[in-house]
Structures are given as C-alpha cells and as structure tokens.
Design a protein around this ligand. Structure first.
Ligand SMILES: [Zn+2]
Length: 283
C-alpha cells in the first residue's frame, strides 16, 4: 500500500507534486464540508442538489480568494483544478460504471463534478484561462456556457455571504485543530506529516476568513475505516478521515495526474507565462 513517504526530499519533484495533489484535494474537501456546515447551520435554501451546492460554494470561495491574493499566483485556482482532476480520474477508472449505489447517490457522478469545477474556474476568467477547456477536455458546448455558470454561481455565493456569513473583516476566529490518533502504521505516517505541516491550519489560512464563522469549531482528522469527510453538527466537528487522504495519495500516482500537474504547474507564474506554458508545457 502506498503511503505518504516519511521524508520528502526537495530534489524529488515527482514526490512533492504528489503531496501538492493531496493538499489541493484536502483544501477542496475541507471547503466542501464548510459549505455543508453553512447550509445546515443557517438553513440556507437550496434549489437542486445539496452536494452540487456545496461544491459550488467551495469552488467560488477558492476562485474569489485567488483573485484577492496580491501575488495572484493562481494557487487556489490550481487547488480547484486539482480537485477536478481527482474526480476526472476516478471517473476514468470506471468504478462508477453500472454501479447503482453511485447512480442513485446524492453526489453527482465524478465526471460531472469535475466538469462543474473546471467550468466555474474557466468561467471566472475566460479570456485569461482560454486554453483551459482544451487542456482538461471540457467540450466547447459546455465551455461556451461557463461564463454564465460562474456569474450565476457567484451571485448565489454573494447572496449566501451577505445573508448569513461575514466575509473577511480582519478579525480571526481561532478554530480548534485535532489530529486524532490511529494505530494503523501507514495512517500514522499521514497523521505525523499533517501535524508537522499544520495541514488543516494552513487550509483555513489559505482561504482567510471567507466563509468562516465567528463561532469556533473543531477540525479533526481521524481514522474512520473508509475514505470519508463530513460535518457533524452535533459535535460541531469537521472530520477528515485519514483513509480519504490516503486515497488521494494513491490517486496521485496516476499518469494522468502527473501529466496535468506538469501543465497546470505554470499557474504559479505570471499571466503571460501561464498562457504560454499551459498551451505548450515543455516550452
Ligand atoms: Zn457533501
């Protein structure tokens, strides 16, 4: 079983890409669960599928925070695209095919979740991100609607914020972080790494106070027996299972991930360079 390595050498870019892939997915999952918290706590009216709504709240948060970052390095857009990529690869592995448990589940099919995430990212800045649909295989019949999809989603996001949640005011809410123990030696490695890196603290810091509440909650990692993440309104805990993190790490070994990481790595650089490198990643 592949697990997070005990030490990641800086001279091992393949390994750090894999870790980055895991962290980007953890960022998205955490925000998705924050969205559930907000919808549940405030009784936010939801038209349509609640899982779609949670994905949309999470995606728009990343896009808006990305825009607000002075360095504008596309790091948070990249987190969103990486989450889309994980879903796309899950779909390509064919595990959902002919599976009634998946077809009748509340979550949309992973390829639909991926398409929505990419569409929102692209639709937020279609001129700047013009090569994106081709890179990730979003057909033009969908891409043509993405600008409208993003505007619609952002309108809803702003309504939620203005109605229920305060955006950044400069005051920081201190949340609790609990990295639960596990007896599984592989999962222990994951736990140690997350503690060392203050992984959850960094996720919260990366999105600032957007979508965060004035009330303190606990963000907990623990062993759950299956790859899962959830918001528990009774204990006021946002739980991220080590098994889910491990699943992301295993997924990060996929060749498709490696190729896409190469292409979107350029999101760090300036806009001109982004356009050049995502069109021609080897230049
Ligand atoms: Zn959910």
């Amino acid at each position: 079983m592949a697990v997070l390595p005990r030490a990641i050498a800086d001279d091992n870019p393949g390994e750090s890409d894999r870790i980055r892939f895991v962290i980007d997915n953890v960022i998205f999952v955490t925000l998705h669960e924050f969205a559930h918290l907000i919808i549940e706590d405030f009784g936010v009216p939801v038209l349509g599928n609640i899982e779609d709504a949670a994905d949309t709240l999470a995606a728009v948060t990343l896009i808006r925070r990305d825009r607000a970052r002075p360095e504008r390095d596309f790091q948070l857009i990249r987190s969103l695209l990486t989450a889309a990529d994980a879903n796309r690869i899950l779909w390509q592995r064919g595990l959902e095919k002919d599976n009634p448990a998946i077809y009748f589940a509340r979550h949309p099919l992973s390829i639909q979740r991926a398409a929505r995430m990419v569409c929102l990212a692209y639709g937020s800045e279609p001129e700047l991100l013009q090569p994106l649909p081709d890179i990730v295989g979003l057909p033009s019949f969908r891409a043509n609607w993405c600008e409208e999809e993003f505007k619609q989603a952002e309108r809803a996001w702003l309504w939620v914020r203005d109605s229920f949640v305060r955006e950044s005011t400069g005051t920081v809410t201190e949340h609790q972080y609990a990295y639960g123990p596990t007896r599984d030696p592989d999962l222990r490695v994951i736990r140690e790494r997350m503690m060392q890196n203050k992984a959850l603290e960094r996720v919260v810091a990366s999105v600032g106070q957007t979508m965060l509440l004035t009330e303190t909650i606990t963000l907990r990692t623990r062993s759950c027996g299956s790859p899962d993440a959830y918001w528990d309104g009774n204990t006021r805990e946002l739980v991220l299972c080590y098994q889910l993190i491990q699943a992301f790490y295993q997924l990060s070994d996929d060749q498709g991930v490696k190729e896409l990481v190469k292409k979107i790595r350029s999101f760090h650089r300036d806009n001109k360079q982004i356009l050049k490198t995502i069109v021609n990643p080897d230049s």
